[in-house]
Design a binder for this molecule. Sequence first.
Ligand code: FAD
Length: 117
Amino acid sequence: KLGNATAKAELGRAAWKYFHTVMARFPEKPTQDQQDALRSYIYLFARLYPCGECASHFQQHITKYPPQVSSRKSAAGWLCFIHNEVNAMLDKPEFDCANLGDFYDCGCADKEEGDSK
Ligand code: FAD
């Protein structure tokens, strides 16, 4: 059956936005339990991603480049790198991961864990 490219792209944009925002809020100094949770979450996300072809590609990417979950910086940088791998596969421009900064804002008013402000 023919796919629907518009729906696939829309799902992709929403999923990336959500997933990058999860990384932007991951603790800077995660506990072992938090690291295990993020790693499991990434594998389950890849397994359950609704577009089968995408899920299969994504699983190949994370087999080659295992999730980095030791800190917010490494998790956000890892996902940025993986997204760039998908961008390259689809002939899309590379995103400069040095510009991640506050690009993904959860809009939450709550204080972050360990935030002294
Ligand atoms: P998107 O790639 O959706 O990016 C949205 C926005 O994120 C960009 O406009 C930019 O502001 C920002 N961004 C771009 N690159 C990065 C980065 N490296 N780090 C942080 N932010 C960034 N489509 C397919 O056709 N085939 C597939 O196999 C496929 N696999 C996918 C696997 C996953 C896990 C996901 C989430 C999506 C997949 N997609 C796939 C969809 C595809 O990646 C795009 O989401 C879709 O084509 C729409 O692209 P876009 O140009 O709007 O930007």
